[in-house]
Design a protein around this ligand. Structure first.
Ligand SMILES: [Zn+2]
Length: 140
């Protein structure tokens, strides 16, 4: 992590729109600093190169851990996790009517929602407050 130059960290942050690539949570709405996510984990050969990096909340990053693929709960098939650098969030996920829950619309989306625990109780509580404040959900 520390090998990534600050200039590259800042570029990743800007390219990611200062929000988590997996749940779209915005930096300005949380106290914790969004961290650099290795799309392919360093433990399995992922590099510190720009094309392997994106931005994520610590909770999302920790839940992802070393996973690169996961089971789609609908089909039982192993599929790659969502790649926020190469794929569009809106192609794979949408917001529930309440704006609080993330719904996976594709095998990749469904597997990622489960694998990264994107609808954990804390996230739901926080997003509910964001919705009440008029800050959420983001629009495309
Ligand atoms: Zn997130």
């Amino acid at each position: 992590m520390s090998k990534i130059p600050n200039t590259l960290r800042e570029k990743i942050r800007q390219d990611a729109g200062n929000r988590c690539g997996y749940c779209l949570g915005r930096q300005e709405l949380v106290l914790g600093v969004l961290e650099i996510d290795h799309l392919v984990p360093t433990g399995t050969g992922g590099s510190d190169d720009e094309d392997n990096l994106w931005l994520a909340f610590r909770a999302c990053n920790n839940a992802k851990s070393s996973q690169q693929d996961a089971v789609d709960p609908l089909t039982g098939q192993f599929v790659p996790l969502f790649n926020p650098r190469k794929q569009s969030w809106w192609d794979h996920f949408c917001w529930s009517e309440s704006g609080v829950e993330i719904i996976g619309m594709t095998p990749v989306g469904r597997a990622t929602v489960i694998a990264l625990d994107l609808n954990n109780v804390v996230s739901l509580m926080v997003r509910r407050n964001w919705v009440n404040a008029g800050w959420h959900p983001p629009i495309k």
